[in-house]
Design a protein around this ligand. Structure first.
Ligand code: 17E
Ligand code: FE2
Length: 419
């Protein structure tokens, strides 16, 4: 039985001093009032217990068709992207609709239990049957009560380099994909890569869809498809609807090239997604020592005024054997790997798993304000720093005024019997 709220009380809000009450009516926030002191909650109120309340988490980049298949039919022992693609190709041959539906739904529930209410999933279209894509369109409908799901038509084995690659992408649009993907660094040649990017942006533009390209997910400083993607976005004035995922190669570009590149990136205003746990695991694999992190220039992109968010990418799949759905873990690793533990960065760090992800997904009606859908998460901690330190699972997740998730706070001092 879901519990329907008419208020959340004793809440802390980012950028606001003291405690607040959020009034809810018909699934919308109606008022946000400061409180002079803590109050006790009635039956139809949720007590945030002086913890931070934020917008729901956004998982902007995950592969729900492959999730929970790690080790099937074999483990990726080298830890490279390329062995992952080979393992997946073998597993993909065994896909059925019920297999995809049950793993994707289980993963979405895991994400929801961690305060996520918005998800963008890539779904492999390099399958002549498009089994996973057809299943995911149904999952999107079946889980709409707890998740807003966007589906990316993602050509894992290439558009130009896979038989009927273009036709499969076009068929994916007819079946109901929301977003057009790509993988230019994996196409057989640079020309194929660049042509595929130009073609896929056109396909999205023509069909009024979003774009999210796996772009330069490789430690090769000469992998420069990001400039092609940004230039196309700029040409069509489509930047806010275009996302570059991974851009690992930017961690290997030289500074002179980056200086030129950033001019274009700023003009294009495209969105960026980085998957730090995944890239730390998959990249640097062809280095001896020193070993690269394989992560894009996150603080530099943010300082240039561009939107960057973090995603998990995988939960126990051929590319990555770990993952538990808790985005605070991804955030923690990302802030470490990107040298972002300065207090100015920490204070704003939750934007990387909330607002910036919402910008990539082009979410409408996102954010806590009167008139917006009453969707939020109650985090354990009074501010971003405490939340990051604890990384505890969310205390509550509220969607349109209904409590989806509620759990007891962890007391870090309990059972400590040392005197
Ligand atoms: N496929 C890909 O090309 N790259 C990834 N990081 C994953 C799947 C997880
Ligand atoms: Fe990915």
């Amino acid at each position: 039985m879901t519990k329907t709220l008419n208020a959340i009380v004793n809440a802390r809000l980012a950028g606001k001093e003291g405690l607040h009450s959020l009034t809810i009516n018909n699934g919308l926030f109606t008022e946000i009032q400061p409180q002079t002191s803590p109050v006790s909650a009635t039956d139809h109120e949720l007590d945030a217990c002086e913890n931070l309340v934020t917008s729901p988490f956004v998982e902007p980049h995950i592969h729900l068709d492959a999730t929970l298949t790690a080790g099937e039919p074999r483990w990726n022992e080298s830890g490279t992207l390329f062995e992952g693609i080979e393992c997946w190709s073998e597993r993909k041959a065994l896909l059925s609709e019920s297999d995809v539906t049950s793993r994707a739904t289980q993963t979405l529930k895991l994400l929801a239990a961690h305060g996520v209410q918005y998800v963008r999933t890539h779904v492999d279209t390099t399958d002549p049957q498009l089994t996973a894509l057809k299943a995911m369109v149904k999952v999107r409908e079946q889980t709409a009560n707890f998740i807003d799901l966007q589906i990316v038509a993602f050509p894992q084995e290439g558009i130009w380099s896979f038989p009927n690659g273009r036709e499969l992408m076009e068929e994916a649009v007819r079946i109901g994909a929301d977003v057009i993907g790509g993988i230019p660094h994996f196409e057989f040649t640079r020309d194929y890569g660049a042509e595929s990017v130009r073609w896929l942006v056109e396909l999205a533009h023509k069909n009024d869809l979003l774009v999210d390209v796996h772009c330069d997910e490789i430690d090769d400083p000469e992998s420069r498809f990001l400039e092609v993607l940004a230039a196309e976005a700029l040409r069509l004035d489509y930047g806010t609807r275009v996302t570059a995922s991974h851009t690992c190669a930017m961690g290997s570009y030289n500074d002179a090239y980056c200086s030129r590149l950033f001019r274009l990136l700023k003009k294009s205003n495209i969105r960026f997604l980085s998957m730090p746990t995944e890239s730390l695991h998959l990249q640097g694999r062809f280095d001896s020592y020193p070993k690269r992190r394989g992560i894009t220039r996150v603080p530099e992109l943010l300082d240039a005024g561009l939107k960057v968010a973090f995603g998990q990418d995988s939960i126990r799949d051929p590319w990555y054997p770990m993952g538990n759905g808790n985005m605070l873990r991804t955030l923690d690793v990302g802030l470490h790997a990107c040298h972002m533990l300065g207090m100015n960065r920490i204070e704003r760090c939750l934007e990387l798993i909330t607002d910036n992800g919402a910008a990539a997904l082009n979410l409408k009606n996102y954010g806590i304000a009167p008139g917006q859908p009453a969707r939020c998460a109650v985090l354990q901690g009074q501010n971003a720093y405490e939340v990051l330190l604890g990384q505890h699972p969310v205390l509550a997740s509220v969607r349109d005024g209904n409590v989806l998730v509620q759990r007891a706070a962890v007391n870090p001092e309990a059972d400590l019997l040392i005197t």
